[in-house]
Design a binder for this molecule. Structure first.
Ligand code: MRU
Length: 359
């Protein structure tokens, strides 16, 4: 299934067109559909940092093409100098956001290709980079398809599914991760309801998840983050599926702030809690959630709503963009190769012995 056919009115999340990188600006959705031409290294960094492209898998694909864009002005350099510039710019792009491991995974993979491609001049090396980025892009779509296939049977006729943030088509270049089973079940004619948490402070649930599910004809209801436990207590939720930005070797995982609360509430009400996780988001170099760096974002995201100040001037603010959910709250990880259950260190390791972020 091609994601684009679900959203005929939307541009692709990411497009590579004859050497140009085009990004659907997610900060403008759902009110405006604006495609940004990202023309240099600084613009790539800003697009990722400012969440115009966001969601772990989409960040990975954007970074791969972004590295190609970032070195376009260096193509006249001799090979050795070009390689040095490439490494320097890749290191810099890697600082755009810290939590989603897909960013460093994708840039590392691009640099690995440099080492193995055997190019004898700069032009050949650049072509190899573009080829690698296109492979990462195509693989991302296949990972979503696999997650959809394996996760679909979890969604029963007449059931309720709750999700948090946007781990949807907009967060990937395919069907999404948490939404892939939803789209697959919808395609098969299963009737079910989705509850989308609005996801303070940047409202990815309200602006993106509710929007894309509505566009695709899925029965979706938008709820406040603080309503999730109450909706669960009423027996309306049979299953939670969320996405992830990084899964540590022991199965602890980072995802959008608020995910931990959803997991705790799901445990309280005995609701299965699944994490949709492509192998590009596995990080076996990180032993547990305690070592995952959590992005802290600016105060204004919390003190203002739609540009209007809502909190008293001078108030102290904390704005962690992600939280870590301990593995004991996870029922299973839905991966492109199947559903993985505890003990996760063993099950993830044996299903993905050579995962992209393996130690
Ligand atoms: O800050 P964002 O919007 O990039 O956060 C996105 C999430 O937390 C997603 O759930 C995660 O990246 C998985 S996307 C398939």
């Amino acid at each position: 299934m091609v994601a684009q056919s679900l959203f005929p009115a939307l541009a692709p999340t990411i497009e590579w067109r004859d050497g140009d990188l085009l990004l659907l600006d997610q900060t403008r959705l759902p009110h405006e559909i604006v495609v940004e031409h990202v023309a240099d290294a600084a613009a790539v960094w800003r697009a990722i940092h400012e969440l115009r492209v966001r969601g772990a898998p989409a960040i990975g694909v954007a970074a791969a093409y972004g590295l190609c864009v970032a070195v376009q002005d260096a193509r006249a350099l001799p090979l050795a100098q070009f390689r040095a510039e490439l490494e320097r710019r890749a290191r810099w792009l890697d600082t755009a956001r810290p939590t989603a491991v897909n960013l460093s995974w994708s840039l590392r993979r691009m640099l690995q290709r440099v080492l193995t491609c055997g190019a004898s001049d700069t032009a050949a090396l650049y072509d190899a980079l573009v080829d690698e980025a296109q492979q990462i892009h195509a693989e991302d779509q296949a990972l979503c398809e696999g997650i959809g296939r394996h996760g679909m049977p979890l969604i029963g006729q007449g059931s309720g599914v709750l999700t948090h943030c946007n781990a949807g088509a907009l967060a990937t270049t395919g069907l999404g991760t948490a939404t892939a089973p939803i789209y697959a079940a919808h395609r098969e004619g299963v009737t079910f309801k989705v509850f989308a948490d609005e996801t303070r402070p940047l409202l990815q649930g309200a602006r993106l998840t509710a929007f894309e599910l509505q566009q695709a004809g899925v029965d979706v209801t938008l709820i406040m983050d603080s309503a999730a436990a109450s909706i669960m207590s009423q027996g309306l939720v049979d299953l939670v599926i969320v996405g992830t930005d990084r899964v540590a070797a022991n199965g602890d995982f980072a995802n959008k702030i608020g995910t931990l609360g959803v997991a705790i509430a799901a445990k309280h009400y005995g609701i299965p809690f699944y994490v949709a996780c492509p192998s590009s988001t596995l990080d076996f170099r990180t032993p547990s959630g305690a070592q995952i760096e959590i992005e802290e974002r600016c105060d204004e995201e919390v003190t203002h709503i739609a540009g209007q100040r809502t909190a008293a001037p001078g108030i102290k603010v904390r704005n962690p963009a992600f939280d870590v959910t301990p593995q004991e709250l996870v029922t299973g990880f839905i991966t492109e190769r199947g559903i993985v259950r505890a003990p996760f260190e063993r099950s993830l390791g044996s299903l993905f012995p050579a995962a992209g972020n393996a130690a």
